[in-house]
Design a protein. Sequence first.
Length: 90
Amino acid sequence: MAVVKFTKALKRFFPTLGEHSTERRSLPEVLHEINLKYPGIQTYIVDEQGSLRKHVNIFINGDMIDDRAKLADRFEPDSEIYIVQALSGG
C-alpha cells in the first residue's frame, strides 16, 4: 500500500491527522479517500477545479509532482506520498 504523510502545518487544522495507507492508484482518488476520513482537508490541498493550491506541494518518493493541474503523476503501490503545506510569516 502507498503511504501518505502530512506536514505538521496541516495537523494544526486536523489534530487527528496521521499517516494514511491507501490502495488507491491516483492522487485525486487518494485525496478523496483522505477527505472522507478528515472532512474538509481536500479544500486545503486542491482548489475547486481539483488543481493543487499554490501553497501546497506533493512529493512522491521524494520527487515533487509535475502535474499540479490534474494530479496525474503516477505512483507505485509501495510509494510514499508526502503532502507539504508551505508556511508563511516573517
